[in-house]
Write a protein that binds this ligand. Structure first.
Ligand code: ANZ
Ligand code: ZN
Length: 834
C-alpha cells in the first residue's frame, strides 16, 4: 500500500489540464450545451473559504455534466471595480489598478491550486478597457433607445471631506472618515429605466421555478407592485397659489384613520411657507441632514413642523387635519406628500406620539377593534375595516377599491398601479469604475461619445492626496473637443455603479469578440445560465439588475434571451468558532491551542460559531489548508458535512476526516485485482449508487451524494474478491471524479484508464439492477403471521400459493387439512383460512 501524495498529484494534474486546455468550452461543439456559473469574486486580496465552497459546488456540477456528454461553459473572472481599491489607495498610497491586479494574480493562483475545471481562456476583469469599453457601448445603446436619462437626485455629501459618500460610508448619519454630519445634496445623475420593466421583471420572477422561493419573494417585494391612490385635500388657506395638496397612498382603506397631512421639506408648499417663516426655513435646513438610504430614513427620529394650515378630510369637510412639513417624507417618491395614519403605519405612529396627534384604529386584526389604539407599534397587517362609516366590515382590499371608486367618481383622485421599484441611479462620483461615456458641451448639451472614440479609458495618473473625485481633479482628462461642434467641452467625470459591470459579465463570458460586446448567435447558444450559484446577499440587487440588463438588451434586439439565470442556488456560509482572549480581544484560530492563548498563556473564552470574517478573526486561509491536506480533501470537506444551502462549520476534525477518506479511497483503488465471478448484491449496490449520486448532483445535494459514496465504499471493502468488486472499484473512480478530481486522475492513470478521467463518460446505469429482485412475503394462517418467504419478485399467484403450502411451519399448523380459502397479494402476503 502506498500513500496518496496529494501535493504531487495536484500539481501534476493541474498542469496536465492546463496544457491540454481540458476545460476550454467550444462554441462550435455539436454536444448539448450547459452553462454553469458561480458569482465572480471581487478581488479583495485573497480567496476565502466561502469562495472555496461556492466554486467547489459549481465545479462538481460542471465536471459531472462534462462526463454526461455536455459541452460545459464554466468560466471565471473578476468583478474588479469598486471602492475597496480606492480605500487602499487612500490608506496605503497604492494605485487602485495595481492593487486590484495584484490581488487578481494572487487569487487566481489560489483558485488554480484547488483544481477547478474552469475555462481560463475566457477570463475577464471588469476593470480592463476591453471589458468596460463594451459596457460603455451598451450604455450608449440604452441611451439611444431611451432607457437612460439624467435627473437631479440626492446624494450623501460629506461637508468636511467635500466628497460624495456611498450609502455604506454613512454610519449613523455621519461620514465614515470625517465623522461629520452628512448632508443631502442634489446632483444631476444618470438613471437606467428599470421601472419600464417592472411588471415584466415581476411576472418573470414568478415563473422561475428553479430559483429558491425566498429569493423570488425578495425580488417580488423589492419590485413591490401595489394599487395606489393619488388624491387632493382641500386646504384651509391657499399656499403659494395652491389651494389643494396632492398626496399619494397605498392604503386608501385607512382614510378614516388619518390624523395629519405631511409634505416633504422640498415640496413647493414647504418652500412657500419657508419664504415667510424663518422657523420653517430653519426646519427645512435641518431636514437636509442625515443619510439618504431607506434604512437611515427608517431609523431617523421623525421630525415635523406644524405649518398652521389644515386640510379637509375628503369624506367630511368639517374634519380638519393639520398640515406638517416632515423629514420622513421624500420629495422623489409618490408626489412628495402623504396623509398619516398612526395606528397603521410605524413612521406615522412615531410621529403622532411625538406631536400628540390622535391614534385611531381603523383596521381590526380580529382580536382588537376598539377605536382607541394602545399598542406599542402600528398594526400593518391584514384585517377588517372598523370605525370607518361606509367602509365598516369590509376586508381592507375591498375597502381600497371602494375608496378609489369614490375618489374617481367624485373627481378628486385617481387610482393607479404603483411599484416600489425606483429607477436605477448609476452615477458614482468615484475614480475606480467605468467612465460614463458622455461629453457635456456648453453649446450642444449632452453628447454621447462617438462609437469610434470608445473606450473612454480611465487615466492612470490620478491623485488621492486630496478629497473628491480624482477624475474631476485631473488636470487634462476631462477636457475634450465636442464631437458635434468641435468646441471646448467636458467629459462626464462620474463613473458607473459597479453593479453595471456584473449585470452582463455572463454574456461576455459566453462570447467575447474584440469589436463588440458579444456575438448574438454565440451568446444565445450558451445562454441562459442553467445553474447560477452564489451568496444570498446578492438575492436582490445583483440579480435584479442582471435580469433588467438582459431584458433591456433583448428589448433593443441585441439578444433573444429574457431571463439570464434559469437555475439559481444560494449556498450557506462557512462558519467557525470564535475565540476571545482573557482581556476581550478576538483571537485567530492559530493564536489558540487547547483553550489557551499561545502568546500569553492565558485561558481563552469560546465564542459563538459565526460566519468566517476578518473582524472576528475566525477565518481559516484556504491556501494553508490546501498545502497541508491537498485540494481534494478540502473539496471533499466542502461537500460532505452539511446540506449545501446550510451553514458549514469549519473544523480541524472535519478536514482531517476528509483527508482520511481520500487516503481510504486510494487504498480501495489500489486493491482492485483480477477477481473472478459475479457478486450480484454488489452490482446492484453499485448501480443504485451511480443513479443516486447522479440524481443528487443534479439536485445539488452534494452531501447526499457523498453519503452514498461512503456506503458503496463500505460495501466494496466488505465484499470478497470478484469481477464485480473490481468493476465497482473502477466505477467509484468515475463517481468521485467530479469531487476529488486529482485523486481520480491519479487512480485512473494507475489503473490504465484511457485518456483523462475528466473526459471519461459517466458510468451507465443498468436499470434492471436498480430494482430489488427479491421480495419477502408474509405467510399468515387465519390472519396470524406464521412464516416469511423470500421469493423472486413478480411470481404468479399460483407459484406463491404453492410455495406457502410447502412451508414446514404451515404444514405443521394445517395438520394435513386443505385450507378453505387462500388469499394471495402478489409480492406481499398469503393468508390461508383454515
Ligand atoms: C396612508 C397610509 C396608511 C400609508 C397606512 C401607509 C400605511 P410603499 O407601500 O412602500 O410604496 N408615502 C407616500 N409617499 C411618500 C413619500 N414621498 N415619502 C414617504 N412616505 C410616503 O409606501 C406607500 C406609503 O408610503 C403610502 O401609503 C404613504 O403612506 C407613504 F396605514 O398612506 B400611506
Ligand atoms: Zn458642441
Amino acid at each position: 500500500n502506498t500513500r496518496f501524495n496529494a501535493l504531487k498529484a495536484d500539481a501534476h494534474w493541474q498542469q496536465v489540464w492546463d496544457d491540454a486546455k481540458t476545460f476550454a468550452a467550444r462554441d462550435d461543439s455539436p454536444k448539448p450545451k450547459s452553462y454553469v456559473l458561480e458569482m465572480f469574486p471581487y478581488p479583495s486580496g485573497r480567496i476565502h473559504m466561502g469562495h472555496v465552497r461556492n466554486y467547489t459546488m459549481g465545479d462538481v456540477l460542471a465536471r459531472y455534466r462534462r462526463m454526461k456528454g455536455m459541452e460545459v461553459l464554466h468560466p471565471m473572472g473578476w468583478d474588479a471595480f469598486g471602492m475597496p481599491a480606492e480605500n487602499a489607495a487612500m490608506e496605503k498610497g497604492v494605485h487602485p489598478g495595481g492593487w486590484t491586479r495584484d490581488n487578481i494574480a494572487t487569487m487566481k493562483a489560489q483558485l488554480k491550486r484547488l483544481g477547478f475545471a474552469l475555462d481560463w481562456t475566457r477570463e475577464l476583469a471588469t476593470c480592463e478597457p476591453d471589458y468596460y469599453g463594451h459596457e460603455q457601448a451598451l450604455f450608449l445603446k440604452f441611451y439611444e433607445h431611451g432607457l437612460v436619462y439624467r435627473k437631479e437626485s440626492a446624494v450623501n455629501w460629506d461637508p468636511v471631506d467635500m466628497t460624495v459618500l456611498a450609502n455604506e460610508q454613512v454610519i449613523d448619519g455621519r461620514g465614515w472618515r470625517s465623522g461629520a454630519l452628512v448632508e443631502k445634496r442634489k446632483l444631476s445623475q444618470w438613471f437606467l429605466k428599470i421601472t419600464a420593466f417592472a411588471d415584466d421583471l415581476l411576472s418573470g420572477v414568478k415563473a422561475l421555478e428553479h430559483w429558491p422561493d425566498k429569493v423570488r419573494l425578495m425580488q417580488e417585494n423589492w419590485i413591490g407592485k401595489s394599487q395606489g391612490l393619488t388624491f387632493r385635500f382641500a386646504l384651509s388657506a391657499s399656499v403659494g397659489g395652491a389651494d389643494t395638496v396632492e398626496v399619494f397612498t397605498t392604503r386608501p382603506d385607512t382614510i378614516f384613520g388619518a390624523s395629519f397631512v405631511a409634505v416633504a421639506a422640498d415640496h413647493p408648499i414647504a418652500q412657500a411657507i419657508a419664504a415667510n417663516s424663518p422657523e420653517a426655513a430653519a426646519f427645512i435646513e435641518r431636514c437636509k441632514q442625515g443619510g439618504t438610504t431607506a434604512a437611515e430614513l427608517e431609523t431617523q427620529e421623525k421630525l415635523g413642523f406644524d405649518t398652521g394650515i389644515t386640510a379637509n378630510h375628503p369624506f367630511d369637510p368639517a374634519w380638519q387635519l393639520p398640515v406638517y412639513i416632515a423629514n420622513f417624507v421624500l420629495m422623489d417618491y409618490g408626489v412628495g406628500a402623504v396623509y398619516g395614519v398612526p395606528a397603521h403605519d410605524q413612521r406615522d405612529f412615531e410621529f403622532a406620539r411625538k406631536y400628540g396627534l390622535p391614534i385611531r384604529r381603523v383596521v381590526s386584526d380580529g382580536a382588537k377593534d376598539a377605536p382607541e389604539f394602545h399598542e406599542d407599534e402600528a398594526y400593518s397587517g391584514p384585517g377588517t375595516v372598523v370605525n370607518s362609516h361606509f367602509l365598516d366590515g369590509m376586508d381592507i382590499e375591498d375597502a381600497k377599491r371602494e375608496v378609489i371608486r369614490r375618489a374617481e367618481d367624485g373627481g378628486w383622485g385617481e387610482g393607479a398601479t404603483v411599484y416600489r421599484l425606483r429607477d436605477w441611479g448609476v452615477s458614482r462620483q468615484r475614480y475606480w469604475g467605468t467612465p460614463i461615456p458622455i461629453i457635456h458641451c456648453p453649446a450642444c448639451g449632452v453628447v454621447p461619445v462617438p462609437a469610434d472614440q470608445l473606450p473612454v479609458v480611465l487615466p492612470e495618473d490620478v491623485s488621492f492626496a486630496t478629497p473628491g473625485n480624482p477624475l474631476d481633479k485631473h488636470p487634462t482628462w476631462k477636457h475634450v473637443a465636442c464631437p458635434t461642434c468641435g468646441g471646448e467641452a467636458l467629459r462626464e467625470t462620474d463613473t458607473l455603479d459597479t453593479f453595471a459591470d456584473s449585470s452582463w459579465y455572463f454574456i461576455r463570458f459566453a462570447s467575447q469578440p474584440k469589436d463588440k460586446p458579444f456575438d448574438k448567435a454565440v451568446a444565445e447558444s450558451w445562454l441562459p445560465v442553467g445553474q447560477y450559484i452564489g451568496g444570498v446577499e446578492h438575492a436582490i440587487l445583483h440579480l435584479l439588475y442582471a435580469r433588467f440588463w438582459t431584458r433591456a438588451l433583448s428589448h433593443i434586439g441585441m439578444i433573444d434571451v429574457s431571463e439570464p439565470f434559469t437555475g439559481l442556488f444560494t449556498q450557506g456560509m462557512v462558519t467557525h468558532e470564535t475565540y476571545k482572549s482573557a482581556d476581550g480581544r478576538w483571537l485567530a484560530p492559530d493564536d489558540v491551542r487547547d483553550g489557551i492563548e499561545i502568546a500569553t498563556g492565558q485561558p481563552i473564552t469560546l465564542g459563538r460559531v459565526e460566519k468566517m470574517s476578518k473582524s472576528k478573526k475566525n477565518t481559516v486561509d484556504p491556501t494553508g489548508i490546501v498545502d497541508q491536506y491537498g485540494a481534494d480533501a478540502v473539496r471533499w470537506f466542502m461537500l460532505s458535512d452539511s446540506p449545501p444551502e446550510r451553514d458549514l462549520p469549519w473544523s480541524e476534525a472535519g478536514i482531517e476526516g476528509a483527508w482520511r477518506f481520500v487516503q481510504r479511497l486510494w487504498r480501495l483503488f489500489e486493491g482492485a485485482g483480477a477477481g473472478e465471478g459475479a457478486d450480484t448484491a454488489l452490482d446492484r449496490k453499485l448501480h443504485q449508487t451511480i443513479a443516486g449520486v447522479a440524481a443528487d448532483i443534479e439536485a445539488l445535494s452534494f452531501n447526499k451524494a457523498v453519503a452514498k459514496i461512503y456506503e458503496l465504499a463500505n460495501a466494496i471493502e466488505k465484499a470478497a474478491p470478484s469481477a464485480s468488486r473490481d468493476n465497482a472499484i473502477r466505477n467509484v473512480m468515475l463517481l468521485v471524479a467530479p469531487m476529488v478530481p486529482h485523486l481520480a486522475e491519479e487512480a485512473w492513470a494507475a489503473a490504465g484508464g484511457t485518456g483523462l478521467i475528466a473526459d471519461a463518460a459517466w458510468p451507465a446505469v443498468d436499470a434492471a439492477l436498480l430494482v430489488e429482485d427479491e421480495v419477502t412475503i408474509a405467510i399468515q394462517v387465519n390472519g396470524k403471521l406464521r412464516d416469511t418467504l423470500v421469493l423472486p419478485k413478480g411470481q404468479s399467484k399460483e407459484a406463491i400459493e404453492a410455495a406457502a403450502l410447502a412451508s414446514d411451519k404451515v404444514i405443521r399448523i394445517l395438520e394435513g387439512k386443505t385450507p378453505k380459502k387462500v388469499i394471495v397479494v402478489p409480492d406481499r402476503l398469503v393468508n390461508l383460512v383454515a
